[in-house]
Design a protein around this ligand. Structure first.
Ligand code: BG6
Length: 494
């Protein structure tokens, strides 16, 4: 969160021909270049296993930029940018490949004055994380006097606590924690960064941000897509590991944390970790009463007939993997004691939306509330697809009667101008170049969230599921609605 200088560097992308590189990384690099936000001394080397020349690779990148970048491709700019993009082919476990890469990098240092600085980006599937880190170590590409060497690890960071801890050990054996950037792309989203600004730059919110005034908080991320072509991965993950362990817990910690002592990276991360440490412990009773899992069956979204999860490619026809999770949890500290946090995430739901709804406590049943059912005041932080903040409160309906109706003040950040919000990856790559790791996860955050998720998974493993239990295109299993209904509440859809 501090203003830091950009590092002259060569960015080395392992997995240069993969989906992530083409859909997100290259378009984001182009967006940064377009805005003049890349360092003058900068180059990119993509490593992949396909046989391509620099020219062929650049042509593929150009197509991806045309398809996925938020700024239209400008030929003149692209002709400049493509000059700093290179492609190298080798298998990630091939020693000769690293020797060759090292030579190329040193030539590029001379050509672009990048001073031996490296940003290694592991956009590969997790089974290659360890081998790449190991080879960088063996070939002494991890450390060099007076040079900066950073590594970026994509998700998933482990499959459970034990595998995440093992992976972390392998990485930190070679790269220091301060040079290790664990991606959670939700942290790069505009409105998620805005949570802290809203809370800590507005007296009207921060003073009310506690159990005295807040009734409950709902954090919801629903998607209309299914598992797409990732059935193989998803069968070993499920919604709890795929979304809750990382993205949803990040939203939770930013919403619930105490004000940090300053805006430095470690101060913010310290406060986020405290939230995870204060979560109500997971017991069998807790899981039975407060957690709902679901799996989509056949259904309809718009005019399309959708197949059930068990019919998806590379998914077992008897799979009991959850594609939906809803939960209610408490944060056991003075600020939040007694305030339920409801979390929900699911695939193949009726709508794509990520939002945080803060429901304020209702007034006593006197004056207007005596005879009328007044709607509660709501503050909604809209993360996507619309980005903004909505405040709902009650006002008199114009006219001669005394009717009171809820009205909404709606600030939409991405409605007025096209292309005005940066892509999450733009912000994250830009921070990586500056050496600001605030929007990346620290090991202890990962550790606590995996511990929590492992505890739940262990309990779930012993309980039978009755899947599928919600239709594609719906709002999830009935039990998820019941979870709030029995508390006299409802999921808000605003
Ligand atoms: C990824 C998950 O981390 O986040 C996907 O693996 C999910 O399953 C995606 O679809 C959602 O991201 P976004 O930015 O579309 O909300």
């Amino acid at each position: 969160m501090q203003n830091k200088l950009q590092l002259p560097a060569v960015m080395v992308i392992f997995g240069g021909t993969g989906d992530l590189t083409h859909r997100k990384l290259m378009p984001s690099l182009y967006n940064l270049f377009y805005q003049g936000l890349l360092p003058d001394n900068f180059a990119v080397v993509s490593v992949g296993r396909r046989d391509l020349t620099d020219e062929e690779y650049r042509n593929q990148v150009k197509e991806s930029i045309e398809k996925f970048a938020r700024f239209k491709l400008d030929e003149e700019l692209w002709n400049k940018m493509k000059e700093v993009i290179y492609y190298v082919r080798f298998n990630f476990d091939d020693d000769d490949g690293y020797v060759h890469l090292k030579e190329i990098l040193s030539d590029l240092d001379n050509k672009y004055n990048t001073a031996g600085n490296r940003l290694y980006y592991l956009a590969v599937s997790p089974e290659y994380f360890e081998v790449i880190v190991d080879k960088l170590d063996v070939h002494k590409m991890d450390l060099e006097e007076n040079c900066v060497r950073r590594i970026v690890i994509e998700k998933p960071f482990g499959r459970d606590l034990a595998s995440a801890a093992y992976l972390n050990e392998q990485i930190t054996r070679v790269f220091k924690e301060e040079n290790t950037y664990r991606i959670d792309h939700y942290l790069g989203k505009e409105m998620i960064q805005n949570i802290m600004v809203m809370r800590f730059a507005n007296s009207v919110f921060e003073h009310l941000w506690n159990n005295r005034y807040i009734d409950n908080i709902q954090i919801s991320s629903t998607e209309t897509v299914g598992v797409e072509n990732r059935g193989g991965y998803y069968e070993n993950a499920g919604a709890l590991k795929d979304m809750v362990q990382n993205h949803m817990f990040q939203l939770l910690t930013l919403t619930a944390m105490e004000p940090p002592v300053n805006l430095e990276t470690e101060s913010i991360r310290d406060e986020k970790v405290k939230v995870l440490r204060s979560l109500q412990p997971v017991t069998e009773k807790f899981v039975r009463e407060n957690m709902v899992r679901g799996q989509y069956g056949r259904g309809e979204i718009g005019i399309h007939n959708i197949k059930g999860y068990r019919e998806e490619d590379r998914v077992s026809p008897e799979s009991d993997i959850e594609t939906f999770v809803a939960m209610k949890l408490y944060i056991e500290n003075y600020r939040w004691a007694g305030v339920p946090f409801y979390i929900r995430s699911g695939k193949r739901m009726a709508n794509k939306t990520t939002e945080i709804v803060v429901q304020f406590k209702s007034l006593p049943k006197i004056l207007y509330a005596k005879d009328m059912d007044l709607q509660p005041s709501l503050l909604v932080i809209k993360v996507q697809p619309k980005e903004g903040i909505m405040f709902q409160f009650n006002a008199k309906k114009p006219g001669t009667g005394n009717q009171i109706v809820p009205i909404q003040m709606d600030f939409c950040q991405n409605c007025s101008m096209e292309n005005d919000s940066p892509e999450a990856y733009e912000r994250l790559i830009s921070d990586l170049i500056k050496g600001d790791s605030t929007l990346f996860t620290r090991w202890d955050e990962v550790e606590f969230s995996w511990k929590y998720v492992d505890d739940v998974t262990r309990i779930w493993r012993n309980e039978k599921t009755q899947f599928p239990n919600y239709a594609a295109g719906s709002w999830g299993p009935e039990a998820a609605h019941e979870l709030l209904r029995r508390d006299g509440r409802q999921w808000w859809l605003v």
